[in-house]
Design a protein around this ligand. Sequence first.
Ligand SMILES: [Zn+2]
Length: 466
Amino acid sequence: MTHLESLDTFFTEKRNDHLDQLKDFLRIPSISALSDHKADMQKAAEWLKDSFEKAGLENVSIEPTDGHPVVYGDWMHAEGKPTLLIYGHYDVQPVDPLHLWESGPFEPEVRDNKLYARGASDDKGQVFMHVKAVEALMHENGGQLPINVKFIIEGEEEVGSPNLEKYIEENKEKLAADIIVISDTGMYGPGKPAICYGLRGLAGVQIDVRGAKSDLHSGIYGGGVQNPIHAISEILASFHDQEGTIAVDGFYEDVRPLAEEEREAYAALNFDEAALKEEIGVPELFGEKGYSYLERTWTRPTLEVNGVFGGFSGEGIKTVLPSEAGAKITCRLVPDQDPEDIVAKLKAHIEKHKPAGVTVEVSEFDKGKPFITPFDHPAIQAAGRSYEKVYNVPTAYTRMGGSIPIVAAFDEILGLPVVLMGFGLSSENFHAPNEHFHLENFDKGLRVIGDYYYELAELPVDELKK
Ligand SMILES: [Zn+2]
């Protein structure tokens, strides 16, 4: 019997039991944002701790942080084999508006082979799958695993993980591993497994332009002093050329070129640009020449003006010469751009294009680094193989235009390759009423994860370095 066949037997036999267990977990209203639910957070952590122990994990503990605790557990007896760190979260989003739920958010119910409950997909269901995969492998291998595993499941993801970085910093040794896998993202579409191996970073500034001490009458002063709105417009217009390429000196300098295999992988997705145009209601897609829409949004950096303010915008006219104007801009960054460096380049650009007759102040927003695990990394490719064996279709290799701050934190602090192995679907209403999880992906996901642990066991540890 192959590994996959024996996993299949195990999960088929246990399916009802597993669903009942997951429902128990989902009944705990562990809403991290609401202080009324503090006891529930503890209860969910205890529930996980128990399930870790039952699965055969060791050193299981509920670790306090300044907020909700982290649940930790490991199994470290596969000598010479890779160590996998598994991250997820047991907290969930608030549930209002409650009246839009067809069944109670904490009364899990299966309808049409979908499990409805808050947290079903994001992320209790996916965390549960990793625990059950461990249990299955222990069962198959007489209480042993083919690899070493460490679980770190937090309770504050839905409120921005305010204490996680500190926890990782303080527990660097304990969390030492070769790879991190996170199952908290989605598939490319129904029946289409995806591995997201890159995320964009973020850097932003606010520009404040000031002219006269107060607003002036345009009949008296107009033509005699600089208009701050004209000045900010000039600065904003200087950021791009006509074709959408960013004109800030050195902006693209550190951008890692797109590999031919990556371009091929994205092209294979047959992304429908015409349908997108229709869906979002634009006459034409627009952006940097020489790149497809997916390439531009996943692998190229951007500079967007998010807002412009100043002057009079009320009803009718007001002959005013405003005293100030401003704009907020953010850049999405890609490997290997550094947010600090980009902010410095933005400042230099603004200084250079500053019109006469005004003062210009630039202030910085929070920054985030971009992240990538190389496309050809063995842990990424192994994950792709496991998906393909179970779903029987090619795995989509994707990146995401957005950011997941905890991924950047793991990448930065532990310096490990991150594998984002998600089983959710974007249609599953996470963060909204009627959140659900397609049980097809629950069933297949269990097998993929189990198989992945076996795949990882075949990889030489020294080839896993990032
Ligand atoms: Zn999540």
